[in-house]
Design a protein around this ligand. Structure first.
Ligand code: HEM
Length: 481
């Protein structure tokens, strides 16, 4: 047996002293260092600010303390050998400049495309003419869809339920057929759901890419066969009932000179664009919304009052019983609209926006920007900045969206960036608000939701802001509303 030398014994004792005094006893200098690190990452020689970021990795979404200290724009210095400096900004003037007034200079860039190669030319992965054509094409296709009822259970994971619900509705929108992932028996998750979740977390990309190819090829082949069997009606007036694949095959290809509509690859990119954009975003927004409801019972009461007043109101007091998905009824739900905006202000489903300038530029804040450098707009932090939203920025207050006259207060998109801003504003913004309102009305009217005691709520890092442990709740039938 090897004997322990004096030197090893000394090192062990020294380590113990450091461990005990520094980490267990936590003297004032430890707390001071921790506080300093919490507020501002130091720029170390060679390593740059990387150590500071690693210390904060568990709360990387929220860099509001640093951005408040740096007047809303902060230059992160990466390790010198990596060449990964990033400019973080939540300054609305800079955001307006990047997203709108100098839009053509700020692109997604080839680096992002490389990381998310698996999405190929899906709309949010492309720039320039191809993006313009794909966006135009998608905009003309995004239509309303029908909805399914949610079923009652004992303990359910609402995040899983909303994920299945939005998966089914987007697949119906795209292909016309229902994958039934939300049927009562809650079947094993579909391969495509798994691949979408993996890709959103930037893991198992090759496997995810192969699944996308296989599933999309099947959807396209089935649709071609269906059309061959039934014929295609180029003059159908019932466009709202038409799925996206069918309308893609009917599109006037001459309008989109950069898209070859006969190519299956374009169809794959269109399918993925809609499924990715629509599915996880709405599921994320609804999950955070219902958690916020469980924390804010007064908001639930106000939403229910608003629903009741508008569902059964008429000039002569007669019950009009308007349907919950009628546009007129949904437009009247101003407070609910505010509550949904407030939820996605604090918990934006897409928590970061990344841009890369084509040419050097100077931002309104005075920061000089080099060509091909990295700019990151942490949307999550933007929604929590006191300099932007006031002293109560981190509080959930649907009232901030209501004007003095009781209407909806407009907030510029450079401040409320959850649906993006400028020419790349979310194509499905209004559709998403409509879907979310219908789901909320249906659920809140029928169920009282309680989060399972002790269930831990924390965000998981990735492209989409999901809950790390899901949202486990119990549903009780609501007696009267
Ligand atoms: C709460 C729900 C939603 C939120 C918060 C949301 C948010 C966003 C954001 C932040 C972007 C910009 C992404 C980027 O380029 O980095 C975006 C883009 C987009 N969204 Fe949404 N979205 C939602 C729902 C939907 C739905 C339901 C659809 C369609 C069915 C949709 C279609 C799109 C498309 C096609 C783009 C790409 C636009 C472009 O690059 O020109 N979104 N969305």
């Amino acid at each position: 047996m090897a004997s322990i030398g004096l030197f090893e014994a000394f090192i062990t004792f020294f380590c113990f002293l450091v461990f005990y005094n520094f980490l267990v006893k936590k003297p004032y200098y430890y707390l001071l260092i921790q506080k300093t690190l919490k507020s501002y990452p130091w720029n170390w020689p060679v390593l740059g600010m990387l150590p500071g970021v690693l210390v904060r990795l568990h709360r990387i979404y929220d860099c509001s303390i640093v951005l408040e200290k740096t007047n809303m724009t902060f230059q992160f210095k990466g390790p010198w050998f990596a060449g990964k400096d990033i400019l973080f900004t939540v300054d609305p003037a800079n955001i307006h400049h990047i997203m709108s007034s100098n839009f053509s200079n700020y692109v997604k860039g080839p680096e992002l495309k490389e990381i998310f190669d698996v999405y190929e030319d899906a709309v949010f992965n492309t720039d320039s003419d191809l993006w313009k054509n794909t966006r135009m094409c998608l905009q003309s296709m995004v239509n309303h869809q029908g909805f399914q009822r949610l079923s009652e259970g004992t303990v359910v994971d609402l995040q899983d339920v909303f994920g299945r619900f939005t998966f089914d509705t987007t697949i119906i929108t795209v292909t016309g057929s229902d994958p039934r992932s939300l049927s009562i028996e809650m079947p094993q998750v579909d391969d495509l759901i798994k691949a979408l979740d993996d890709a959103a977390q930037a893991k198992k990309m090759t496997e995810a890419g192969a699944t996308f190819d296989r599933v999309c090829t099947k959807y396209i082949t089935d649709k071609r066969e269906e059309i061959r069997a039934n014929g295609i009606n180029h003059h159908s007036k019932e466009e709202s009932d038409e799925d996206i694949l069918t309308s893609s095959l009917k599109l006037d290809a001459t309008k989109y000179e950069f898209l070859n509509m006969g190519d299956d690859k374009i169809l794959r990119d269109i399918i993925l664009s809609i499924v990715i954009a629509g599915r996880s975003t709405i599921a994320s927004a609804l999950t955070w919304f219902f958690w916020l409801m469980s924390e804010n019972p007064k908001t639930v009461t106000k939403i229910l009052q608003e629903i009741n007043t508008n569902l059964t109101r008429s000039g002569n007091g007669q019950d009009m019983s308007s349907s919950v998905d009628s546009k007129e009824f949904l437009n009247k739900l101003v407070y609910l609209h505010g509550a949904l905006c407030e939820a996605i202000r604090l918990y934006p489903p897409i928590p970061f926006e990344r841009k890369s300038p084509v040419k050097p530029d100077v931002l309104p804040s005075g920061h000089k920007i080099e060509a091909n450098s990295n700019i990151l707009i942490p949307i999550y932090t933007l929604g929590r900045m006191r300099a932007v939203w006031g002293e109560d920025a981190v509080e959930f207050k649907p009232e901030r969206w209501i004007s003095e006259t009781g209407g909806l207060r407009h907030e510029p998109s450079f401040k409320f960036l959850s649906f993006n801003a400028g020419p790349r504003t979310c194509v499905g913004k209004h559709l998403a608000m409509t879907i979310m309102k219908i789901v909320v009305v249906e659920i809140l009217q029928n169920f009282d939701i309680k989060v399972v005691e002790g269930h831990k709520i924390e965000p998981k890092h990735g492209l989409i802001l999901i809950m790390k442990h899901g949202l486990r709740v119990t549903l009780a039938k609501r007696c009267s509303t």
